[in-house]
Design a protein around this ligand. Structure first.
Ligand code: SF4
Length: 428
């Protein structure tokens, strides 16, 4: 038990009892509903092999005393018992007055949704806890600033068919669900996740997207995202992967997911077998070194052992990970569990994101503090997704000083300038 969790237990939070499993059914697509007709159910039963770390064990005993270890390790149990409302938050955290008002005011905005596993990682007493800031609403969400937009990347404007974003010539983004295991308060797609909205993620929509991809031979790379595709059933994931692999010009398939970080129990041997058959790469969304638990190491290890390359994506957020030490711990920790740090994103300007967005210079300082000071594999690219749909733009600290007498002058990580023979000079 960590000191802060001892503290929360000692201060006598009333945390007994669990959420009922009925919640969520009315306002979200059900990720565990029967698969559509025509999709074979290929696997039954999941393994309970995921370890239970100290934080989760203490939390389970305190907040879900009726849950067995097998239930805790069942990803469906985790989804059914998510913290989704004020009642659930009051059972697990001591809310600040601001958080309470924000939750009460949410209305049809991005809902609250936190797996019990991930709730166990939040500091029950401290609203400033980094992970808690990413999950529990605050009043900043209601303050909109100039330049913010519900669809800041204009994804809707690049959709030839619903749910398929075609912005780059050879790549598409295939949105397959609006459901996530947890809802991140800074989500770029907060306009569509957690609600059914105008998107209809069903087989007919999938088929239209697949037909479009099949008819565009220049598309060689498909990123499956949402929502979180790994919250879907194995059979549905397999159906989609199989259809994509049947398209001869699709040579690279990626899945974007936060599941290994927030619902590691979902990474079952059965899911890994499906993924191994179709060999997608998986980009995992990690935010903070506190997420790197034994459960997460186990989940990522299973994926890698099944031949699935893992990269990470991290959104730079004020008060969460906006300092070099935290980012270094995260990136080095990811390498330890065989996840290659890939991107740090400047936070997208969705409405009410001002309390999360840092100066771009903060990200540059972080990259400067990483580059040359740790393993190159631990240094991700820092990018801004250009508002309006301009694509990802890498933002890098200046290393090129200039040219002089046939030499390129470059600045290293210690600020020293070196001369590299470059007779062609600054000709582009
Ligand atoms: S898991 Fe991804 S898609 Fe879902 S709420 Fe978080 S950032 Fe958004």
């Amino acid at each position: 038990m960590t000191p802060r969790r001892v503290a929360s237990a000692e201060r006598g939070l009333t945390l007994a009892g669990s959420e009922t499993s009925a919640e969520g059914a009315a306002d979200e697509p059900d990720p565990i509903a029967p698969v559509p007709a025509g999709i074979l159910r290929l696997h039954a039963g999941d393994s309970a092999a995921t370890p239970i770390g100290a934080a989760a064990e203490e939390f389970r005993a305190r907040c879900f005393p009726g849950a067995s270890a097998a239930e805790w390790n069942d990803w469906r149990w985790q989804l059914r018992n998510r913290v989704r409302n004020l009642q659930g938050l009051d059972r697990t955290l001591r809310l600040s007055a601001e958080e309470r008002v924000a939750v009460e005011r949410l209305g049809d905005r991005l809902p609250v949704g936190i797996t019990p596993y991930y709730t166990a990682l939040l500091d029950a007493l401290d609203p400033a806890d980094p992970l808690r800031r990413t999950m529990v609403p605050v009043l900043g969400e209601f303050e909109e600033a100039p330049g913010e937009a519900a669809d800041p990347l204009n994804e809707d404007g690049h959709m030839p068919v619903p749910g398929l974003v075609h912005r780059y010539p050879d790549r598409v983004l295939f949105l397959v669900t609006s459901f996530c295991a947890t809802y991140c308060r800074y989500c770029t797609r907060s306009r569509l996740v957690g609600t059914t909205g105008e998107y209809h993620f069903n087989q007919e929509q999938y088929q239209r997207a697949l037909d479009y991809i099949a008819g565009q031979p220049q598309i060689r790379d498909v990123l499956i995202s949402g929502g979180d595709p790994l919250t879907m059933q194995d059979a549905r994931i397999e159906w989609l992967l199989q259809r994509l692999r049947d398209i001869p010009h699709v040579e690279f398939v990626r899945m974007g997911s936060k599941v290994p970080a927030v619902l590691p129990q979902r990474i079952t041997p059965e899911l890994c077998s499906v993924l191994r058959r179709y060999q997608p790469w998986v980009s995992v969304h990690f935010m903070h070194p506190d997420e790197l638990t034994p459960e997460v190491a186990h989940a990522c290890g299973m994926l890698v052992d099944h031949g699935i390359p893992l990269g990470s994506q991290t959104v730079l957020l004020k008060g969460v990970n906006d300092d070099p030490q935290t980012m270094r711990r995260l990136m080095q920790g990811l390498l330890r569990i065989r996840v290659r740090p890939y991107y740090i994103y400047q936070c997208d300007p969705i409405p009410g994101s001002g309390h999360f967005r840092t100066a771009v210079a903060t990200g540059l300082d972080i990259v400067r503090a990483l580059r040359g000071h740790t393993t190159g594999y631990a240094v991700p690219s820092f990018v801004i997704d250009a508002p309006g749909g301009g694509g990802k733009v890498p933002i890098a600290p200046d290393t090129v000083v200039g040219w002089e007498d046939g030499f390129l002058l470059v600045r290293n990580f210690e600020g020293q300038v070196f001369r590299y023979p470059d007779p062609a000079g600054p000709v582009r």
